[in-house]
Ligand binder design. Sequence first.
Ligand SMILES: *Cc1c(COP(=O)(O)O)cnc(C)c1O
Length: 393
Amino acid sequence: MSTLEQTKIEQTKIEQTKPQPAALQFPALAPPRRYLFGPGPTMVHPRVYEALSKPIVGHLDPYFIQVMTDVQQLLKTTYGTNDGATLVISGTGSAGMEAAVANFVEPGSKLAVFANGYFSDRLTEMAKRNGANVVRFEKAWGETYTDDEAKEFIAHEKPKVVAYVHAETSTGALQSGKAICAAAHEAGALVIADCVTSLGGVPVEFDKTGIDIAYSCTQKGLSCPPGLSPMAMSQRAMEWLRARTTPSRSWYLDLKLIHDYSTVSHRYHHTAPISMFYALREALLVIAEEGIENRWERHRRCNQQFVKGIEAMGLRMHVPAEHRIATLNTVVVPDGIDEAKVRKQLINGPGIEIAGGFGPLAGKVFRIGVMGPLATEDNVQFFLKEFKQALSA
Ligand SMILES: *Cc1c(COP(=O)(O)O)cnc(C)c1O
């Protein structure tokens, strides 16, 4: 050990032997053990926890630049893009949403939104604050759009940008993006896809679908703590961005600056959260080792097992089979059951966290995530047993 290291460690010891009275009233961190069967945050892979504890380096250190580059490369496979650009926003999924909106929606430009749940409302609000002229195709929470509906809406509105939520976490519905992207491109529009809940759990297939701008988060399908928002942008989107002459209203989320910092010049833009990048790199590596397609298949299988078990209890799913998100289930609360009580029972008993519905679905559905390390046959069985017990209590 170098003298420098020794000195530092000894200093730490001295500080530790003299805690100030004001600190003594706080117990040491001891978070309760939870099984995170909710929509997110979800269970973190043990290797990701390990990565979080590695020593940090400077944010312009060549080691960190390499970590950032590795993350971008791993994200290409996870998103399913060859020539798209990938980068990471320092912020949660909402920061990715805000980056997409602030950079691709200019004041006065028309944004068409497929509005069938909570997150399309959040997107609408952000777009309005950025001065967009927002037009919405409203549907009930849990419904999806057919190819013809998507085509007609876009052809009629002729927007500059189209936005949809791929996996709507508030409803459990999965919206296919193919027809939306084809119609948007025909109208000369760019497409923003919210992939916050889908990335890493169900197929996003960025290139194949034709998405131009996608954002996600770390704490849902990627089995990592919250804190970052991985994004992908098509060549079309990058060209559009380069050609934009007015500056984005957000400096922190300016994708031109962030792309330059993270991919081109590596000149300081903001101090990236080093440990979270370690964590994301490890999470993406775990996914790459399993194989993204194997991971989708594992989630699909567990979803079938889950639904079978739910239906065997006499319960119903909120979304029709062909439009369900494999990783996030909305189960209809049976008559006479107080869903909040069931959730309380689960958290206080076996320590299982699930979520309730909100907005129009408040009190009407349970939202149950089966993803990442929890998506195994044994874990689904464990959950179903505890859920049944909590319902009958
Ligand atoms: C969770 C979520 C968001 C917001 O992400 P945060 O990480 O909570 O900021 C956006 N869109 C969808 C579909 C989500 O599920």
